[in-house]
Design a protein around this ligand. Structure first.
Ligand code: NAD
Ligand code: WQD
Length: 341
């Protein structure tokens, strides 16, 4: 029998891509999502791409009764937990909403998992837990800190997972710290569909390229980086999706060590804002107007991963290039100028 996986937040950007990779790898998936930041159309498209209907349950991880029902009806090998809110700026304005969704929601889920003796968990953490790093590339032992409620919520969940491990060694808690996920499925059928004006760089660039936005503001050109603009570890969402499959495959091995296991998912390589902009322009053939603007509050100069642990432990490494990330984002943007709507 195929191992069954509950995918919370599986209708979202990273979740939908991961559903495809999980299906291809032979996992049986059940998606649980309240659609607060996604569309059921993403699920329909995933079903079409994998030529199999995805089982979708509309529900909220904070709602005990509906989660209980799912665990009674299905026997899970494990849970991949994407569900959560992720807008840094909004988290500053609405901290309670973020702690409620990201921390209370996760506590609820873990408690129900415990009650049903499902103890394999893959958590969506973030490079944001490293704050402003002292040493690059960043490895998993680097000190952790956060500067906004979103980051704090990820740190709090990591702490909860560590405490859970100390209390009960039966848990396998793989904590994947994503760097900067970008790109879209190669088919152009699913991709990132931000609400309103995008906060993140790649969706902003692609909306300028397609003519929805007039020009990009490059936040800061006086950082201590090769061209003065911010440097990030952009990682293709398809590579990221395979990282989740690798994490589950690892947990399935009989003799794997249990406990709290933080792992970076990045490429190990930093690219600057201007490098990404230039690559996108070349790949799309579009002129992308931009202007330099002041630094954005809370931004750091450079952030890129040491990807060694993921390779050593999971046998996973990112394969797709910046050009692939731009080409796939552009295909998705061109085919779906208004996202899923
Ligand atoms: P997303 O918003 O596209 O997906 C999150 C999904 O969770 C959405 O479909 C949303 O409807 C659902 N959701 C939110 N709250 C819920 C709740 N209470 N109950 C049920 N469903 C709920 O975001 P994404 O980019 O796919 O991110 C997935 C996860 O990865 C998040 O936890 C995010 O914090 C984390 N992460 C994202 C990035 C990034 O840059 N995209 C980077 C690092 C970490
Ligand atoms: C990248 C670079 C900007 C927009 C965020 C979250 C982080 C994680 C990933 C969830 C920076 C510059 C951006 C623009 C710009 N998410 N930029 N003009 O800030 O590295 O990370 O997403 O966990 O927690 O903070 O990503 O794409 O917003 O910015 O010049 O219009 O692009 O200043 O240098 P960031 P980003």
């Amino acid at each position: 029998m195929k191992p069954k996986i509950l995918v919370t937040g599986g209708a979202g950007y990273i979740g939908s891509h991961t559903c495809i990779a999980l299906h291809q790898a032979g996992y049986d998936i059940i998606v649980f999502d309240n659609l607060s930041n996604s569309s059921v159309e993403a699920i329909n498209r995933v079903s079409n791409l994998i030529k199999t209907p995805v089982t979708f349950i509309k529900g909220d991880i904070r709602d005990r009764a509906s989660l209980q029902k799912v665990f009674i009806e299905h026997s899970f090998f494990g849970v991949i937990h994407f569900a959560g809110l992720k807008a840094v700026g909004e988290s500053v304005e609405k901290p309670l909403r973020y702690y409620d969704n990201n921390v209370s929601g996760t506590l609820n889920l873990l408690d129900i998992m415990r009650a049903h003796d499902v103890k394999n968990f893959v958590f969506s953490s973030s490079a944001t837990v490293y704050g402003d790093p002292d040493v690059l590339p960043i490895n998993e032992n680097a000190p952790r800190s956060a500067t906004n409620p979103y980051g704090h919520s990820k740190l709090m969940v990591e702490r909860i997972l560590e405490d859970l491990t100390s209390a009960d060694e039966g848990w396998s808690l793989v904590t994947l710290r994503y760097f900067n996920p970008v790109g879209a499925h190669v088919s152009g059928q699913i991709g990132e569909d931000p609400n309103g004006i995008p906060n993140n760089l790649m969706p902003y660039i692609s909306q300028v390229a397609v003519g929805k936005l007039a020009q990009l503001s490059v936040f800061g050109n006086d950082y201590a980086t090769p061209d003065g603009t911010g440097v990030r570890d952009f990682i293709h969402v398809t590579d990221l999706a395979y990282g989740h499959v690798a994490a589950l495959d690892y947990i399935q091995q009989q003799d794997h060590p249990t406990g709290f296991l933080p792992i970076n998912l990045g490429t190990g390589k930093g690219s600057s804002v201007l490098e990404l902009l230039t690559a996108f322009s070349e790949v799309s053939g579009q002129r992308i107007p931009y202007q330099f603007a002041p630094r954005r509050a809370g931004d750091i100069a450079s952030c890129y991963a040491s990807a060694d642990k993921a390779k050593a432990l999971l046998g996973w490494e990112a394969e797709l290039s910046i050009k692939d990330m731009c080409a796939d984002t552009w295909r998705w943007q061109r085919l779906n100028p208004n996202g899923f709507s």
